[in-house]
Design a protein around this ligand. Sequence first.
Ligand SMILES: Nc1ncnc2c1ncn2[C@@H]1O[C@H](COP(=O)(O)OP(=O)(O)OP(=O)(O)O)[C@@H](O)[C@H]1O
Length: 247
Amino acid sequence: MTSTHFHPHPSTAPHRASRAVLQARGLRHAYADRLVLHGIDCDIPAGQAIALMGPSGSGKTTLLHALAGILQADAGSVTYLADRPVEVNRLGTEARAALRRKDFGLVFQSGQLLGELTAVENAALPLLLAGVAPRQAEAQAAAVLGSLGLGGLEQRRPGELSGGQQQRVAIARALTPRPAVIFADEPTGALDRRTGHEVMTVLRDAHRQIGAALVLVTHDPEMSARCDQVLHLRDGRIVGAELGAGR
Ligand SMILES: Nc1ncnc2c1ncn2[C@@H]1O[C@H](COP(=O)(O)OP(=O)(O)OP(=O)(O)O)[C@@H](O)[C@H]1O
C-alpha cells in the first residue's frame, strides 16, 4: 500500500479493531529549513503495539517525539484520547512533561538510567516526580522490577547490571506509573540478538499486561514483526502499513 496520508482503516485490521488512544493529524515538522515530517496522519490503537520502521533519517524518532510530546511539532495535532481528549501538541512545556511522567512511558536505546541511583530508585523516579511518597513509590517500583525478572537486584546501580538488565530497569521505570502509551526508541538496539529478543519479550508482555499501547521505533524486522501493526516511513511520510504477527 502506498499513500501519503495513511489512515488506518478498519479494513486493514478487521480482527484487531480497537479505539485509538492517540491520533496524529497533519503533523509537520522542520529542523531549520529541512522538512522532516510532511503532514503525518496516523492512529495508535489502544493497547496495541505499533512499530515505526524506515531508513535512517526518515523521521521515525521525530514522529515518536512528536507523539510523546517530547517535541512540539510545527503544525498539526496529536490528540491523546484520555477521559477528556488532550491536544498534546498545543500543551506548554510543563504540561507536556507532566503528561510524560504520568500517562506516557519512555524507553530509549541506552544511557537513560541515573548512574548514582539504585535500580529501584531509578524505577521509582516517575512516581516520586509525580508526588508519590518515597516508600510507596519504591514498593511499587520493586514489584514491577520483580515482575520483569529483576527480583534481588533492586539495590544494584546501573553500572552493576548487564545491558539487558539495565533495559529491564528502564522498562520498569516506564511501566510504574501505568501509562496509557509506552514509547520505545530502539530499545534493543544496543543489545546482542538473544538479549534483545528477551527484552522485547519483556516489553511485549508488560505493555499487554497493563493494557498500554506500545509505539516502537526499530530497524530490526524481527522486532517489528512481533508488533500488531508496522508503519513504514520514508522521507517524513508514511508510505505503507502492514499487520505484524503480534507475538
Ligand atoms: N535536533 C535536530 N536538529 C536538526 N536536524 C535534526 C535533528 N534531529 C533530527 N534531525 C534530522 O532530521 C531527519 C530525521 O531524523 P530522525 O531522527 O527523526 O530520523 P530516524 O528515522 O529516526 O533516523 P535513524 O534511524 O537514523 O535514527 C534526519 O535527517 C536528521 O538528521
